[in-house]
Every structure is written in C-alpha cells, then in structure tokens.
Design a protein. Structure first.
Length: 214
C-alpha cells in the first residue's frame, strides 16, 4: 500500500457477518491519523464507487488527495449533530485478495482534530456503526455492476441475433434468386435442346440435297 499503512494497535476488533472492523491509523499526507478500518468483501473499485455514490446522494462531492476521498464540512446525523471533515481511503485488502477491500474512515471535528478510539464513546460507537453501512452499499453497487455487465452481454447477444437475422434475409434472397436462376437455366437448356434439334434437322435436310459432282 503506497500511501496507507495500518498500525495494528487494535483498540476495537469485531468479526460480524463476515467482516472485520477495528480502530487503527491511516498514513495520509505524511501524518498518522486515527481511523476506523472496515473490511468489505468487495473489490476496492466497487467499494469506493459505492461510497461516492451514497455521499453524492446526500449532496456531497469529494476532493481526491493522495488517493483518498476528502469531504469537508459535511453533516451526518447518524454520527452526530456536528459538522465533520472526512478522509476516506479504500484499498485492496491484499495482493492475493483482490476481491476484498479495506475502508479507512477518518473523521475530524475541524482543524484536523481527528477522532480516535479514546474519543467520546458515543461518537466512536456511531462512527463504527456508520462504517458497517459500507458493506451493503458495496454489495448493492457490485450487483449494479453485475447487472450492467449482464445488460452489455444481452445487448451483444441481441446485436448478434439481429446480425444473424439480417444475414438470414440476405441468404434467403440469394436462395430465391438462385432458385430463379436454376429455373431459368433449365428453361434455357430445354430451349437450346430444341434449337440444337432444329439445327440438326436443318443439317440433315441440307445433306439430302447433295448431288454427286463429276
């Protein structure tokens, strides 16, 4: 991880419904800041997109700095009644685990006053609870991605079907033209046979008119 290191001073650790969550640190802009770390069983790209989409629905757009999403002066009633600054970083869980990600969620009360595990118990509990939302968000986004991919495959299959139908129509026209050409050819053969017979008869008639020449 280039910009993020985890200091495994795990103040809080829970394993619930297949995910792990704990307080640790996020190395960001040459500082170690406290953050809630939540494991999400989806890819980093899907998880990050899910978070950005949800925050966009709340009317918030991030500024990207050092690979992290920075939200300034936002309100999250699920966490508290204050105005917060957020730093959210999503990383792949590990080199061998591309299908899971780790979300670093750092919350500041302003002036880089980041909340750590020793902060207000209600606030830290609300932070942890809020971070569990990343799982269903990412799951929903993964489904949307899967739906989009399936729709693309459907469009491709439908396009191929249309191409086959067009090709079938072209081949059918060729077949009809070929059958017509075969029919005309047979008629021409019969006409030409009669013509050949007539010419043979004409030759025979002319031959009967031969006379010996002395």
């Amino acid at each position: 991880m280039k910009h993020v290191t985890v200091v495994l001073v795990c103040i809080f650790l829970c394993a619930h419904n297949g995910y792990t969550q704990f307080f640790g640190e996020l190395e960001w802009q040459k500082k170690n800041i406290p953050a809630v770390l939540t494991e999400v069983p989806q890819t980093a790209s899907v998880t990050e997109d899910a978070i950005k989409i949800k925050f966009a629905q709340l009317g918030y757009s991030p500024r990207t700095e050092k690979g992290a999403l920075l939200y300034k002066g936002i309100r999250l009633s699920e966490i508290g009644n204050e105005t917060y600054d957020l730093v959210i970083k999503v990383d792949r869980k590990g080199r061998r685990d591309k299908e899971a990600s780790i979300v670093y969620f750092a919350l500041s009360l302003g002036n880089e006053n980041y909340v750590g595990s020793n902060g207000d118990p209600t606030l830290t509990a609300n932070m942890r609870t809020y971070c569990t939302r990343f799982l269903p968000w990412a799951e929903a986004q993964a489904l949307e991605v899967e739906i989009q991919e399936q729709e693309e495959q459907l469009k491709s299959a439908e396009k191929k079907l249309e191409n086959y139908k067009e090709e079938s129509e072209t081949l059918e026209k060729r077949r009809q033209k070929l059958e017509e050409d075969i029919k005309n050819n047979k008629e021409n053969i019969e006409k030409q046979k009669r013509e050949v017979d007539n010419q043979k008869k004409a030759v025979e008639v002319l031959k009967t008119r031969r006379k010996p020449v002395s």
